[in-house]
Design a protein around this ligand. Structure first.
Ligand code: ZN
Ligand code: ZN
Ligand code: FE
Length: 765
């Protein structure tokens, strides 16, 4: 492996870049960072930036980790961190730590802050009977409260937020105008005398009670096992008692959500620790201004109903992040399910009248208020992998913060993909990435998408020169791009994945991208998803892929791993497959259905070819008898990952690499034959699952060895899988490669719009 000179001096070092926003200027923040860095033996720099403080720290990995934790814990008294974004980057070999002059001449565009979780000071006011904001659910200050979810246009003044309808009372106005006050120019400032208030409705929208009583009665309803629709920060949530099995099941039934795990809200960090293992990074995330849902490994004895997350070793947990949530949880003192207020995959409701209509028949009572929500913002989801955060759903707390790139970009709009849609826009050196919008499967989701595009354009006064979209001609987002009248730049899906991961890791030049997901439209018109792309400048070359197989029934196969399994096995065994005995996916069909499938496969009718890694996961999950029909996207792959929980093995299955002409083909057939033998032999499912994962890692290592490209980018929905990602990273490092993976932009299709912007700006496809 060729190793550039710089690496010799940076061996074993780690570098992070952090952008700290909030009250961090003029409060001794830079000297504090300097002292902390010196104490920990770190090198790098710190400077003021138009958005707050920007810093880089480089040193021993443990010292860097301590630095990040202490940055938050020991910050100067008068400082407040509204958002701390950090990126792990390649070390560069700094020789000292310095306070650099302020960064000036940055982008003049005003940044919109995300919504910020309630600060400690506001919380103590809300808890203080002597304070005029005692028990007031809309308390906020300059350091915390709603932002993105209430802004209608810039500049960020009260008149441009949904708070404009509330006339400030004399006391609030005095605070707002006093430069010494914590609420000096806190645009959403409010109090019980002048601000929004709560109302409790029955399921027909009849007023039951108001203000403090409304909160009490809503809590009582939850205690009694009712389903509460709560108008939260960026939309409605459905709240139920998490330990009440019958209620959780009723919620599943009414919401038409069979098995997809529900998110939970816990009353306190201590209560989370009782239910789950919480490492230091996870603790920081739970208590951060972003306050996302964190996927935590559950302890064996947890008190939540089994219907919350069936057969799932993880729970998605968040802590209260608005005064309203704090007050409700303080009243309840037990964990609740807090899931998005919608029916199955529709977008989250934001308006109470709309909620009454759409959530009728789901919720028993509605706790609403009269502060309008300007745009929907879901709860974000984060998972810790390899000791750092990986954002899986990017919304509240993160959106619409930009990703910075090295060179100014032309003004572009990117409309994303189809699943887990989000959009992005470039302004100077920034790529602004929208909140998670969702799968564009329903008319409502498409409407939400159009609204986000329109509001993004309006908010930032965008005048894009072109629109980037997916190559798939039939995606609604692609069609939208074509209707707009601007030049359209189609971008290959897996190329976009790689570019997104490169952008957030600050990578330029050539890389080998491992772009693995469920489905993406390939340059050759087939369905890709197990791709190895060499990305160089504006172009890419498909250097390798998984051996393609057919998906009988096309779209249907995505929801039915049993179909995918038959497609995979047909590729290996032909018609002989249908006389194999004891195959779980065969038994999952009625005998009458099999001839139809056989005909599809033998004639290749309605059975498109795919090289998808996600589908390979599905097929193996079906062969192992884990999952024949999915209730939600990615379920089979997820269950395959969970199956190996606790199994420790380095064993893997054989595979063939056909490296005659490019793309090289990674042939899974030898592995599948051994998996079948192991199933027949009664080997534990977990062991087979672990060996299968290890095989995929070996495939990545094999292509890396053939391609000899030092930098390897792991991207696509498959890399939400912790075992696969951690194992691939370790394996590649052992072979002398440098692996990169996602951080604050999702590896799934939520990262696509960022990649589309980069691709379109380079003019390649
Ligand atoms: Zn506050
Ligand atoms: Zn007031
Ligand atoms: Fe994808």
């Amino acid at each position: 492996m060729p190793v550039p000179d710089a690496v010799a001096t940076t061996e074993g070092l780690k570098r992070v870049r952090a952008s700290v926003r909030g009250a961090v200027q003029g409060v001794g923040f830079r000297p504090f960072v300097f002292r902390l860095a010196m104490e920990l033996g770190l090198r790098g720099w710190v400077s003021n930036s138009p958005q707050g403080v920007l810093l880089e720290a480089e040193g021993k990995p443990r010292a860097v980790e301590h630095f990040l934790v202490r940055l938050d814990l020991e910050k100067p008294l008068r400082s407040f961190i509204q958002s701390l974004e950090c990126w792990h980057l390649d070390p560069v070999g700094y020789t000292e730590f310095e306070i650099r002059p302020s960064e000036t001449g940055g982008e003049k565009i005003a940044l919109v802050l995300p919504d910020i979780a309630t600060c400690d000071q506001c919380l103590s006011e809300v808890s203080d009977p002597a304070n005029r904001r005692y028990g007031y659910p809309f308390t906020n200050c300059t350091n915390c409260g709603p932002r993105f979810s209430i802004i209608e246009s810039l500049p960020y003044d009260r008149a441009n937020t949904t708070m404009r309808r509330f006339e400030m009372c004399a006391q609030c106005r005095a605070e707002y105008q006093d430069p010494q006050d914590r609420r000096f120019h806190a645009e959403p400032i409010a109090c019980p005398a002048c601000g929004p208030h709560l109302t409790l409705w029955d399921s027909w929208g009849r007023v039951l009670t108001q203000r403090g009583d409304a909160l009490q009665e809503a809590a009582e309803a939850v205690r009694q096992g009712k389903i509460l629709a709560l108008k939260g920060l960026g939309g409605f949530q459905l709240v139920v008692h998490a330990a009440n099995e019958a209620t959780v099941l009723a919620l599943r039934q009414r919401k038409r959500r069979a098995e997809k795990p529900f998110a939970l809200m816990y009353p306190s960090l201590e209560s989370v620790r009782e239910a789950c293992e919480v490492c230091e990074v996870e603790r920081r995330l739970l208590c951060s201004p972003e306050s996302p849902i964190v996927l935590l490994r559950r302890r064996r004895a947890s008190s939540v109903a089994s219907a919350v997350a069936p057969r799932n070793p993880y729970l998605g947990i968040m802590l209260p992040y608005t005064p309203l949530h704090h007050l409700l949880m303080r009243e309840l003192r037990f964990p609740v399910v807090a899931t998005s207020g919608n029916v199955s995959d529709e977008p989250i409701c934001t308006d109470e009248r709309e909620a009454l209509d759409r959530l009728h028949g789901i919720a028993d009572v509605f706790l609403v208020h009269n502060r309008p929500i300007a745009r929907h913002v879901d709860d974000s989801i984060v998972r810790v992998m390899l000791g750092r955060e990986l954002v899986i759903r990017r919304a509240r707390g993160y959106a619409p913060l930009p990703v910075f790139v090295k060179e100014p970009l032309p003004s572009l709009l990117a409309v994303g993909g189809h699943m887990k849609n989000a959009i992005a826009a470039s302004v100077g050196r920034m790529v602004l990435v929208s909140q998670h919008i969702g799968d564009l499967e329903t008319a409502q989701a498409y409407e939400a998408f159009r609204r986000v595009v329109a509001s993004f354009r309006h908010l930032y006064c965008l005048e894009p020169a072109a629109i980037a979209c997916d190559m798939h001609p039939d995606y609604l987002s692609t069609r939208f791009a074509h209707q707009d009248g601007l030049p359209v730049k189609p971008v290959q899906h897996h190329h976009a994945h790689v570019l997104a991961c490169m952008a957030e890791n600050d990578l330029e030049g050539d890389v080998l991208g491992v772009s693995w997901d469920g489905v993406g439209y390939g340059s050759d018109g087939t369905i890709w998803g197990g791709e190895f792309l060499r990305v160089a400048g504006p172009t890419f070359e498909r250097v390798a892929c998984l051996r393609p197989f057919r998906l009988p029934g096309g779209e249907k196969a995505v929801k039915e791993p049993r179909r995918t399994a038959l497609g995979l096995l047909y590729e290996a065994f032909g018609d002989g497959l249908f006389s194999m005995s004891g195959l779980a996916p065969l038994r999952a069909f009625s005998p009458g259905a099999l001839p139809v499938l056989q005909a599809m496969l033998s004639r290749g009718l309605n059975a498109p070819l795919t090289s998808s890694a996600g589908r390979l996961f599905d097929a193996v999950a079906a062969v192992l008898g884990l999952r024949q029909v999915c209730q939600f996207e990615g379920q089979a792959a997820m269950e395959l990952e969970f199956a190996l929980d606790g199994v420790v093995t380095d064993e893997s299955y054989p595979f063939r690499t056909r490296a005659e002409g490019k793309p090289w083909v990674l042939d899974w057939e030898p592995a599948v034959r051994e998996i079948l033998a192991d199933v027949q032999g009664g080997l534990a499912v977990g062991t087979i699952a672990a060996r299968f994962h290890n095989t995929l890692v070996e495939m990545i290592a094999a292509v890396a060895g053939l391609e000899q490209q030092e930098r390897i980018v792991l991207t696509g929905g498959c890399f939400q899988n912790r075992y696969l990602t951690e194992r691939a990273v370790a394996r590649l490092r052992a072979d002398g490669f440098r692996p990169y993976w996602h951080q604050r932009i999702p590896p799934n299709d939520g990262g696509i719009p960022l990649g589309q912007i980069i691709a379109a700006s380079r003019g390649g496809k």
